[in-house]
Write a protein that binds this ligand. Structure first.
Ligand code: SF4
Length: 435
């Protein structure tokens, strides 16, 4: 989500004649789109801001996003930071940069402006420009913002506020703009994507939106970002199973494979429920890639709880997992729980799960040796003449080589017959046929 929003901010500046340079190059304006999901994210946000202010002390420095939303005063107090915006008003960034520039020209030494609106009432859906340069084949489309689930460890509901959805007609309009810009895969993203439409009751939900998008003309595929396991419906699985234009990929955050810990986390499912869902997904959508998030070192997580998580994950054919170390977020329930786990223990548990992840990834990829996968060609790679790399709908990296004289496939779908697996990537040969 932050990547998508950062790309949107770049577009905002580009549309007004600014030139975007790398963060290490001298610039007149620096923008740090901050994150607060862990204490390390807070620290990195502060470090980036300090780097910006010291690279060019006369530059305008703006901090925006989640960390600013929850710690506005702290960010504004960093010397050299001129602008602080939370998670609702980033579209006003340019206007504020220009105001700071005017005030500086008028002789004001350290102008400071902060716009961090409360999220308690009805937060607005932040309208940012659609980042569609067409440079890549995959685009992210933000359809939802906010979360009201309040998992006990999570700061995001405080940084993003209540669920709000982009109206379906606007989603369709933006989707078509992305297709017109040359994108062939659109990832529907949100903070709590499966809650799409919760604020538009009786009007639409995620399944309804998907059905509307699937009626659009053109060669494309849709990928869904993270969905809450307890909100996966039979109807949603039927839509995914019946349309080759919806990627066979579900990211279903598990967080823990132990019921006691899940309860403490305020996650609304049990391991048994998750297993049943996984089995159903696996049965209804052949070849589906299920990826997940798992957190280690939640307060009170004993070795036994961790072993339960490890063996639960090892018992299911996940395509991959993202492993996170629990980080106490001030203001959340879990931050005040007893039994905080040492950093060394968290690291050790994380290491064990990352090793498991490698094995699971390899096992999943191996299932497709001797099969055909439809790959969206992304980029040429230097590993051989005519070598290309892309992503299959079920989230596998595939390398293939093209015979001489075949036009560049960038941004198009290629059927690839899979022959080998090396270092986590599948290798194959294109099969030329109509899709
Ligand atoms: S569902 Fe839970 S983990 Fe996800 S954003 Fe909401 S509160 Fe955070």
């Amino acid at each position: 989500m932050n990547q998508q929003e950062t790309a949107a901010l770049k577009k905002l500046f580009q549309d007004h004649g600014y030139q975007i340079v790398g963060f290490n190059e001298p610039a007149d304006v620096y923008v740090v789109n901050t994150c607060t999901v862990t204490h390390i994210a807070d620290r990195k946000s502060r470090q980036m801001l300090r780097r910006a202010t010291s690279s060019n002390p006369s530059a305008i420095v703006a901090a925006v996003g989640c960390y600013c939303q929850v710690a506005a005063e702290e960010v504004l107090a960093i010397p050299g930071v001129n602008i602080v915006i939370g998670t609702q008003d980033r579209a006003r960034l340019l206007e504020l940069v220009e105001e700071v520039a005017r005030r500086k020209q008028a002789g004001e030494k350290y102008p400071k402006i902060s716009i961090v609106r409360t999220l308690e009432e009805k937060p607005v859906f932040e309208e940012l420009p659609l980042p569609c340069s067409g440079e890549r084949s995959r685009a992210f489309l933000k359809i939802e913002d906010g979360c009201e689930q309040f998992c006990s460890y999570c700061i995001i509901p405080y940084a993003r506020g209540k669920v709000r959805s982009l109206r379906p007609e606007l989603v369709k309009e933006r989707f078509q703009q992305l297709l017109a810009a040359g994108y062939r895969e659109v990832v529907l993203t949100g903070i709590h994507t499966s809650a799409y439409g919760k604020d538009l009751p009786g009007e639409i939900d995620l399944v309804g939106l998907l059905k509307q998008l699937l009626q659009l003309q053109g060669e494309f595929r849709i990928r869904l970002s993270s969905l809450e396991p307890a909100e996966i419906t039979q109807e949603l699985l039927e839509v995914i199973a019946s349309s080759p234009r919806v990627c066979r990929h579900l990211h279903l955050p598990l967080q823990s494979g132990d019921d006691e810990i899940l309860k403490l986390m305020h996650r609304p499912y049990t391991t048994e429920g998750y297993r049943r869902l996984f089995e159903k997904v696996w049965e209804m959508i052949p070849g589906v890639a299920v990826t997940t998030d798992v957190m280690v070192g939640f307060p009170g997580e004993t070795e036994k709880h961790f072993e339960n998580t490890y063996s639960f994950i090892a018992s299911l054919p996940f395509r991959g997992l993202h492993v996170f170390k629990y980080s106490p977020r001030p203001g959340t329930i879990a931050a005040g729980l007893p039994g905080q786990i040492s950093p060394e223990e968290k690291e050790e548990r994380s290491r064990r799960l990352r090793n498991l992840a490698k094995n699971l990834e390899e096992e999943f990829a191996r299932r497709f040796l001797g099969h055909k996968l439809v790959v969206l060609a992304e980029r040429r790679i230097p590993e051989g003449v005519g070598c290309w790399e892309g992503l299959s709908d079920n989230y596998l990296r595939v390398v293939f080589s093209l015979p001489l004289g075949v036009p560049k496939p960038q941004g198009s779908f290629v059927s690839v017959y899979i022959r080998g697996l090396r270092n986590g990537r599948l290798f194959g040969e294109p099969v030329f046929e109509e899709h």
